[in-house]
Design a protein around this ligand. Structure first.
Ligand code: B12
Length: 211
């Protein structure tokens, strides 16, 4: 098995203690950190999701896979971040109420930060009022990102947009949305200002909307 396949296997089976070493070896052997992230880890999490859906694995297995990926991301994080420090603007991000998924949100936060933005991460399970308070406290924030991974938490996206409009804050900030079940069509339907399918596109979108 080559190193990349070993990384995939380690994520899939939640071999947390092995992941850092495997990634370091893959890097030494010349693998790109972006391939390790996209093919080695993100794609594998999709596979893990499929196995959960078909009942082949359960929540604990999904959790150890997620923890393994998180540790893997820590290893390549310095290589993915460009180290740009110029203040391009401010970005607030959070996972919506009822939703605890944060790997994708964290990657978006990392890529946006890497493109020069100050990032305020509100964490997971964030109520609409908390987003409103954060926008009020940060009048220099141009873009807010909402992450939702569950079909049951998708309606929270629309609720937050409504709350932002009703608070008279939509003229001040653009709201973008993302997460595995989200589409451009859904973003249009609820009147979000943007959608991106992955962290790199999210960073480009934030830059566009902030300028
Ligand atoms: C890992 C995982 C978990 C972990 C989460 C750990 C963590 N700290 O995040 C744990 C075990 C806790 C978990 C729990 C649950 N999960 Co879960 N989980 C997953 C899994 C396997 C991977 C998610 C992931 O991290 N992917 C990798 C990242 C990098 O991808 P991503 O999140 O999509 O993010 C990318 C883009 O979407 C985008 N993006 C993300 N956010 C944002 C935000 C903005 C603004 C933008 C622009 C872009 C953007 O950029 C990111 C980077 O490229 C998915 C399967 C899947 N295919 O998504 C299921 C999945 C999401 N889970 C699912 C379910 C059902 C659950 C549970 C309800 C299970 C249960 N019975 O308890 C609970 C719900 C808990 C809760 N209240 O949130 C279902 C959802 C089904 C549905 N229709 O809603 C899925 C799809 C699995 C499946 N196929 O059935 N889960």
């Amino acid at each position: 098995m080559n190193r990349m396949e070993e990384i995939r296997k380690a994520v899939e089976t939640g071999r947390r203690k092995q992941i850092a070493g495997l990634i370091k070896e893959a890097l030494e052997e010349g693998c790109s950190p972006f391939d390790i992230l996209n093919y080695g880890m993100i794609e594998t999490m999709g596979l893990v999701g499929e196995k959960f859906k078909t009942g082949e694995i359960y929540v604990p297995e999904m959790l150890v896979a997620a923890r393994t990926m998180k540790e893997g991301v820590e290893v390549i994080k310095p290589l993915l971040m460009s180290g740009q420090t110029a203040a391009a603007g401010k970005f607030i991000i959070g996972t919506v109420e009822g939703d605890l998924h944060d790997i994708g949100k964290n990657l978006v936060a990392m890529m946006v930060e890497s493109s020069g933005f100050a990032v305020i991460d509100l964490g997971v399970d964030v109520a609409p009022e908390k987003f409103i308070a954060a926008i009020r406290e940060n009048p220099d924030c141009q873009v807010v990102g909402l992450s939702a991974l569950l079909t049951t938490t998708m309606p929270s996206l629309g609720k937050i947009l409504t709350a932002v409009r009703e608070a008279g804050l939509h003229a001040q900030v653009k709201i973008i949305i993302g997460g595995a079940p989200i589409t451009q069509e859904y973003a249009d339907k609820i009147g979000a200002d943007g959608f991106a399918a992955d962290a790199a596109s999210a960073a480009t979108l934030v830059k566009e909307l902030a300028s």
